[in-house]
Design a protein around this ligand. Sequence first.
Ligand code: BEZ
Length: 211
Amino acid sequence: MAIRLGDIAPDFTAQTTEGTINFHEWLGDSWGMLFSHPADYTPVCTTELGRTAQLKNKFAEKNVKVLAVSVDDLDSHNGWINDINETQNTSVNFPIIADSDRNVASLYDMIHPNADNTLTVRSVFIIGPDKKVKLTLTYPASTGRNFDELLRVIDSLQLTANYSVATPADWKDGEDVVVAPAIPTEDIPERFPKGHKVIKPYLRTTPQPNK
Ligand code: BEZ
C-alpha cells in the first residue's frame, strides 16, 4: 500500500555499503531522507549520488541523514561507487542499501509496474525525528532530482514543524512566511513580534521567525 504523509516510515534492517543498518535505530533523533535509484551503473543515478555526496555536509547541518536504495547487490554498489567518485569528483560518504531482494523497494512501494516491472522509480521520503513521513516525491527514471529543492523543502518542513507558519510558493530560507490560518489576526503581534502584514484576512505574512 502507498505510504502517506503522517504514516510511520516502515522500519527495516538492510545490508548497506556502510554495514547492516536498522533504519529506525540508525535514524536516532535525526531527520532522514530515503531515496531510490532505478539501478547501478546508470547515468542519471550516477550524477544524483555524486550530488548527494557533495551536499552531505549541507544535509548534516540540517540534521538530516541520507540513505540511498538501489536494487543491486553490494559488490555492484562498491564498484559503482568508484565510478561515481571518479566521474563526479567526490567521495560517496553515505550508505547505499543493497536491495537485491527488493524488500525496501516493496515496503516503500518504489516499484511502479506500469513504469517498470523490476526497477524502482525515483522516490524520496523525508522522515522526521518522530519517524513520521513528512514528504513524498516520485520522479520517473528519466528525470534526475533537483537537490537544491530537496534542501529547500527540508528548510520548510523543519520551520513549519516548530512554528505556526507555512511557506509560500518558491519560498527560500530567510524569506517572509505565511502565518498559519489557525492563528487569529489579533494574536499575531504576540506570536510573531518581528511584525506582520495583513494582505487579506486569510493571507498574513511575517518575517521568518527563526532568523
Ligand atoms: C539513469 O539513472 O540514468 C536511468 C535509469 C533507468 C532508466 C533511465 C535512466
